[in-house]
Every structure is written in C-alpha cells, then in structure tokens.
Design a protein around this ligand. Structure first.
Ligand SMILES: Cc1cc2nc3c(=O)[nH]c(=O)nc-3n(C[C@H](O)[C@H](O)[C@H](O)COP(=O)(O)OP(=O)(O)OC[C@H]3O[C@@H](n4cnc5c(N)ncnc54)[C@H](O)[C@@H]3O)c2cc1C
Length: 416
C-alpha cells in the first residue's frame, strides 16, 4: 500500500486549498446568514461554481469520466485529500460539483446507463445544469433491508407504471431537482435480490408529488433538502430502465460504495475543523482560575480525537485505494469498516466539541451541532451500523482449530 499523494493530486489539492481560502471560506458567514434568514442557499453559488470550473476545479470525484466530459479524473485515493478539504464546510462540495447525492448518481449512471441514457441523465449533472436524488427508503418498511422495498414498477406495453411512497430522499426537495433514480419491484415472484429494478424518473412526471420537506434532528440540508415523495400511476418509457429488470441491487451497490467512501472523506475534513475549534475555544476560555485547555480532561479529549481521526483517515484511504484497484466488489469489506468507524469517530468528536464549547456548541453560531446531527445520520443512512457490523462479522473467518487444540491455549494440567 502506498498512500503517498501523487504529484498531480498534490497540485490539484494545492489549487483547491487556494480556492477554498480565497473564494469559499470568506463567504461562509454570508452563506450561513442567507440560509438562516431566507431558508435557501446564497445567490452567489452559480458565480462561485463558474469560477471553480474556470480553474478546472470541477467533477473532482469521478475517476471514470469520458474524454469529452469535464473533470480531473483523479483516482479515489487521489480524491481523498480534496474531499477532505471540501468537507470542512457543509456547502463547499457543491461549488465544485462534488456534492451528494449527485456524485454517486453520476457514478451509477457512468457504470449502468447506455449511451442514450447517459446523454439524457448524466450529461446535465456533469454540467451542474440540474440536480438529482436517489429513492430507495420507504416509511412503511424496514428499508435497511433493501429487499423489503415495496414500490411497484409494472411494465405495461412500452411503459413502466410506478406506484409507491419514498421518504428521507436527500435532494428531493431541492427546487432544481429534476430526476430521481428510483428503486422498486418489477418481479415480486423472483429471488429476493432479483425482484428490484432501478428506473430514472423525471420529477415533473404526472403523479410524482413532493409530499413535504423533512428535517433531520432539527437540521435542514440546504445543499440537498430532504423530501418525502409520492408516486401514483407515474408512467415512464421502458427506455428509462437502468441495466435490466432485476438489476436494482447491482445498480445500488455500484452507487453505494463510492457514496459511503466520499461521506467518510468529507466527515474527516469536518472532524479536523472540530478539533481546531476545540483547541481555539479551550485556549481562549477561562474557568476556575485556569484556561480551559489546561484541564487534563480537555487535553485528553483532544488527544483521543487526534488518534481516532488519524486511524479513520488511514482506513478511509485504504478503502479508496481498494476501490481503485479492485472495484466495489473488492472494496466491499473495507467500505463496511469505514462506514461504521468514521461516523462513530465523527460523532464522538462532535460530542466532545459541544462539551468544550458549552452552550454555544449547540447554537446555530457554530457548525458543531449540525456536525453532530450529520454524524448521527451517517450511522443510519446508507445502511445502519448494525447491518455493517453483521457483514463484518460474517466475513471474519473462524479459526480451523478447536480451543482445546489451540497452540495459544495451555491446558490447566500443563501449568500445575
Ligand atoms: C438525513 C437522512 C437522509 C437520507 N437520505 C436518503 C436518500 O437520499 N435516499 C434513500 O433511499 N434513503 C435515504 N435515507 C434513509 C436511510 O438510508 C434509511 O433510514 C436507512 O437505510 C435505514 O432504514 P430505516 O430508516 O427504514 O430503518 P429500519 O430498517 O427500520 O431499521 C431501524 C433499526 O433496526 C435495526 N436493524 C436493522 N437491520 C438490522 C440488522 N441486520 N441487525 C441488527 N439491527 C438491525 C438498526 O438499529 C436500525 O437502525 C436517509 C436517512 C436520513 C436520516
């Protein structure tokens, strides 16, 4: 394993850092004010996107772009430090067209769409001309077991007719969201993992309704607002099917690997911000005749955060490295490892940061409580911890020996 950052990735990283310092960070206060007062992203976003794109800082997380598509073609491992740099602000990834859920959707389309479908659904996303969402979860069924997904996609002649309800769909409530990658049942009688298919549905198709916008732990996602959706006799041409009938799980898996890795990379960036905030606040605040940073408890929280953060980063880099070398099948186990490790690390650090900040840590004046909410989300979204832990356990090979025969075990009579 060689995690040394390549010269070209180093160059892109430096360019991104300069852009973040010069163009993005100075606008953070305006962004926060805008979403707090007007409930929508700041109007400067398109201008900032144009500037980023003019500097080549565009589609940074897509290794498999075609020759005529815009982007840097960095590998997943090369992308890691860039995603981390963007992750320091919740809204920064969109400046570079690197936001979820669009990037994982683009990856799914790159891998599973035919040329006509790419033209129709992928090209506008690569250009940031539109936004998208991914619809799997349903309120009526335990969606962590995706075989439960019940939305019906029935073929009638040259069309599919869709009926069902989806909720907690990130990006569905965005005013510019025009397409949903939707999972549903095409053959209820098939094997559990072959019942489902994935179709592309225009959000303005008759019968698609945004029932309501949702918040998570009191927080709104202003980059990709979360929505609850209803589908009633929605008709789409059969040409909107990705891959083939019964391949819904395959498409979802192609999408989920990079989605999880990218979330982890960004979470590491935000965790770094939290450690910096803890250091600064504790150094500036005085309680009971001492600087807060002089307390052993606070020093320990910061040191433990550093250890957990570095461990999480190394494991995330290994997952990215595996994704590059072995694809999503080969990286599956590593991705499960980070899917549990990173959000738990992120949550712990956010919790410590709130404690160090006192009341201010839970206010809207810091990004800390939103970080805590997002860390908490990542322990559930894209598969709860428990599901991944079961997977990880199942992949743990049992030893070939019995305890009594183990070379590591001494019998009592041998040591008496
Ligand atoms: C903010 C946010 C954004 C989201 N965005 C999207 C999106 O864009 N698209 C989308 O499709 N979904 C999205 N989701 C939904 C998310 O992926 C689901 O919530 C998740 O898969 C869990 O499904 P569920 O909520 O139905 O929980 P359930 O399936 O009901 O599970 C509840 C709990 O049961 C336990 N459990 C389940 N399975 C096991 C097991 N095998 N072993 C032990 N315990 C288990 C776990 O504790 C689990 O948390 C989002 C969720 C949130 C909170």
């Amino acid at each position: 394993m060689d995690f040394e950052i390549s010269p070209r990735a180093r160059e892109w990283h430096e360019r991104l850092q300069v852009f973040m310092q010069r163009e993005v960070l100075p606008r953070n206060r305006e962004w926060v004010q805008c979403v707090a007062r007007e409930g929508k992203p700041a109007a400067f976003l398109p201008d900032l996107q144009a500037r980023a794109r003019a500097e080549g800082l565009w589609n940074l997380g897509l290794p498999e772009l075609a020759a005529d598509e815009p982007g840097t073609r960095l590998t997943n491992l090369e992308y890691a430090p860039l995603a981390e740099a963007m992750g320091r602000l919740f809204w920064a990834p969109e400046v570079f067209n690197c936001q979820a859920p669009d990037v994982p959707n683009m990856i799914a389309l790159q891998n599973c769409a035919n040329p006509e479908q790419k033209q129709r659904w992928l090209s506008p996303l690569l250009e940031a001309k539109t936004r998208s969402c991914f619809g799997m979860t349903e309120s009526a069924v335990a969606s962590s077991d995706a075989t439960n997904i019940a939305t019906r996609i029935e073929r009638r002649g040259g069309e599919y007719v869709i009926n069902g309800d989806k909720w907690f769909i990130t990006g569905a409530a965005h005013p510019r969201c025009t397409q949903i990658m939707l999972m549903g049942v095409t053959d209820a009688g098939a094997d559990r993992t072959r019942r489902h298919s994935m179709v592309m549905v225009p959000m303005d198709a008759p019968g698609v309704r945004l029932v309501r916008a949702l918040r998570w732990m009191g927080c709104e996602d202003h980059v990709a607002p979360i929505g609850e959706l209803e589908f009633r006799d929605v008709r789409v041409p059969v040409e909107n099917l990705l891959e083939r009938e019964g391949a819904g799980f395959k498409v979802a898996q192609v999408r989920l690997g990079p989605a999880r890795v990218h979330h982890c990379m960004r979470s590491i960036g935000m965790s770094e911000v939290l450690v910096e905030l803890m250091m600064a606040r504790a150094a500036e605040r005085r309680a009971f005749w001492r600087q807060v940073i002089e307390y052993d408890t606070v020093q320990r929280w910061i040191a433990e955060s550093r250890i957990e953060l570095e461990q999480a980063r190394l494991l995330t880099h290994r997952s990215a490295w595996r994704l590059d070398r072995e694809g999503h099948h080969g990286a599956w186990r590593d991705v499960s490892l980070i899917k549990v490790a990173v959000p738990n690390m992120f949550q712990k650090i956010a919790d410590r940061a709130i404690q160090v900040f006192g009341a201010m840590g839970g206010s809207d004046d810091t990004p800390i409580h939103q970080a805590l909410a997002w860390a908490r989300l990542l322990r559930i979204g894209d598969g709860p911890d428990e599901v991944h832990l079961r997977q990880i356990f199942k992949l743990e090979a049992p030893p070939a020996w019995k305890i009594a025969d183990s070379p590591y075990i001494t019998r009592p009579e041998e040591t008496r």
